[in-house]
Structures are given as C-alpha cells and as structure tokens.
Design a protein around this ligand. Structure first.
Ligand SMILES: [Fe+2]
Length: 146
C-alpha cells in the first residue's frame, strides 16, 4: 500500500509507518470506542468514521481482495452498539443494517474524465435521519409557536 511508503510517524522517531503501527492504532481506537459505548448516554448513538466498520461495505468485486482490509474492518459486534454509523473511504454507496444499527456510506468516488462521479449512486442531497432522536434542548430546534 502506498500509505506505508508515504506516511511517516514523528511521535518517537521520524520513520515510515508500518502495518504494526496501523494495527496498534486500530486496537487503541477500538478500545476508546468501546469505552465510549459503555458510558451512559440518553440519546441515539451515532458514529462517524473514515473507513468502514464492516466487510458488508466492501463491494462484491473486492470481497476476496486482501487489500480490502485497509478499507473495512470486522467490527460488526461493535456496530451493533450504535444506532447509526456513517463512513467514507469507499467508492460505492451502502445502506444496510447490522442489528439495530443503520450503516450508511454515500461517496461520490473519483471524478471521471467525463466529469461525472465515479459512483453513479452518489446522492448529493442525501439526508440521513438519526433513528430514535427525540431531540434535546441542545439539539432540537425550537418550534415556531402557532
Ligand atoms: Fe479514504
């Protein structure tokens, strides 16, 4: 992967990032997310990540490609803790459920030479509603008095 040729880490010493670094970052961030899920929270839980949390977000043509592991993780058990999970990094649209969680990806993909979006299913007007959102004083807009 180009990432391992281009990305340098500077925290301890200036060196190329290794796959073991990526695995360490992933474990750390997964642990952080598990801790956040364990914290009491009254509203719906929405997670937004760059990469996909499930191999269900890998298009069929890439399903057997080992490089797909750089695009999607196998966090399906963790996904079930959220109500909505939005991710990017893919070039295809996805909208599916794992347990109670809706997983959504709406990328435009690369711009083609013809000036169109690579992903023909990209919806620039896509709106996703947060499930079960009853609103709070901080998030619910005041309704106009009738
Ligand atoms: Fe990306």
């Amino acid at each position: 992967m180009t990432d391992y040729k281009r990305i340098r880490l500077v925290q301890k010493d200036y060196r190329k990032m290794l796959p073991s670094d990526t695995a360490r970052f992933h474990a750390s961030q997964k642990s952080w997310l598990k801790q956040k899920f364990a914290e009491p929270f009254a509203g719906p839980t929405v997670v937004i990540t760059h990469t996909a949390p499930s191999m269900l977000s890998v298009a069929g043509e890439f399903a057997a490609d080992t490089v797909s592991a750089a695009y999607a993780s196998r966090l399906d058990d963790l996904v079930c803790e959220a109500d909505l999970w939005i991710h990017g990094h893919m070039h295809d649209s996805f909208d599916y459920r794992i347990g109670k969680c809706r997983v959504v990806c709406n990328p435009c993909g690369y711009m083609t030479r013809g000036g169109t979006n690579e992903n023909r299913r990209f919806d620039p007007n896509f709106i996703v509603e947060i499930p079960g959102d009853q609103g709070t004083a901080a998030t619910r807009p005041e309704r106009a008095r009738e």
